[in-house]
Design a binder for this molecule. Structure first.
Ligand SMILES: C[S@@+](CC[C@H](N)C(=O)[O-])C[C@H]1O[C@@H](n2cnc3c(N)ncnc32)[C@H](O)[C@@H]1O
Length: 293
């Protein structure tokens, strides 16, 4: 498959059109801009999912929702020289960043702009599907996971990491609950709807994978703290990132300046309580998921 010839933009159509729009707008641009910082913050989860994946030289690995490519580069280094690592994502800005990094790093990782839930990757083309937080955005997860299973060889495996419920994830709940009294009433989240916490219910996720035909499903908790800010001004860094990326940034879209100012103050007060030794760190709680094709 010649991925260098793949399109550089993707039409917002099909069941995942909303997410294609979202990840090709401000969200994708910000993730690409903050790539370095986010990769440092999310490194414990990259390490955890790569340990679980146990990639051997020669393996053919697909990284679902690869973003700017952190885990794809790690996978490529492990599969070299005879295997391959392909990162797949719907975000033009993030795939562009991943391709530029591959060239700069001299990595063999390949990247493709495509909807993993529907693109035809060819039957049995991969030995392993991996993902760090790229699998929670499918409108129809059962259909998406069944579709992706077709790309796995009969002996294939998956290794994924995704968030546990928001209440266990202080990096989201602390700033969001501080902001909520200052925001117009928010629609209550629909359980299981596409978004960071779509697969937070372990039994539901296990059922989705089972219905999609996977076997040997194991879903285990893993915890690590997320460093939101450090260095010269940890609070400013944590504040910027919290307001620009993730669920709070979604809630702030289209809010007028007076609300943004009140939210910023409330979140600043909440975050400063979590500063220790020049770092603002909050709880991160994930599922480590493995299964066979
Ligand atoms: C939270 S980001 C994680 C990015 C990256 N894996 C990381 O850990 O830095 C989620 C990613 O999933 C991608 N994504 C969402 N739905 C997708 C789909 N249907 N097919 C491929 N990628 C998708 C988004 O574009 C985004 O890059």
């Amino acid at each position: 498959m010649n991925t260098s010839a793949t399109p550089t933009s993707i039409a917002a159509e099909g069941p995942n059109a909303d997410q294609i729009d979202y990840w090709n707008g401000l969200a994708g641009e910000r993730w690409a801009r903050y790539q370095d910082r986010l990769d440092t913050m999310l490194a414990p989860f990259a390490d955890a999912v790569l340990r679980l994946a146990a990639i051997e030289p020669g393996a053919r690995v697909m990284d679902i929702g690869c973003g700017c490519g952190a885990t794809t580069f790690e996978a490529a280094a492990k599969t070299d020289p005879s295997g391959r690592a392909l990162g797949v994502d719907i975000s033009g800005p993030m795939v562009a960043r991943a391709k530029a990094r591959a060239a700069a790093l001299g990595s063999t990782a390949e990247f493709m702009l495509a909807d993993a839930a529907s693109h035809d990757f060819g039957a049995a083309s991969f030995d392993l599907l991996i993902s760090r937080f790229g699998i929670m955005f499918f409108a129809d997860p059962a259909a998406a996971f069944a579709h992706m299973r077709q790309a796995l060889a009969p002996s294939g495996r998956v290794a994924f990491v995704c968030w546990r419920p928001m209440k266990e994830n202080g990096w989201v709940s602390v700033p969001l609950f501080a902001a909520l009294p200052h925001l117009p009433p928010q629609e209550p989240p629909v359980p299981g709807a596409p978004g960071p916490f779509a697969l937070a219910d372990r039994d539901r996720f296990s059922g989705i994978l089972k219905d999609a035909g996977y076997t040997g499903i194991e879903i285990e908790p893993f915890d690590a703290s997320l460093s939101l800010g450090r260095g010269a001004d940890p609070l400013a860094e944590a504040l910027e990132q919290t307001l620009d990326i993730g669920p709070l940034s979604r809630a702030l879209v289209d809010q007028p300046d007076n609300i943004r100012t009140r939210v910023t103050e409330a979140v600043r007060e909440a975050l400063v309580k979590h500063e220790t030794n020049g770092e603002i760190a909050l709880d991160g709680a994930v599922w480590l998921v493995s299964a066979r094709a």
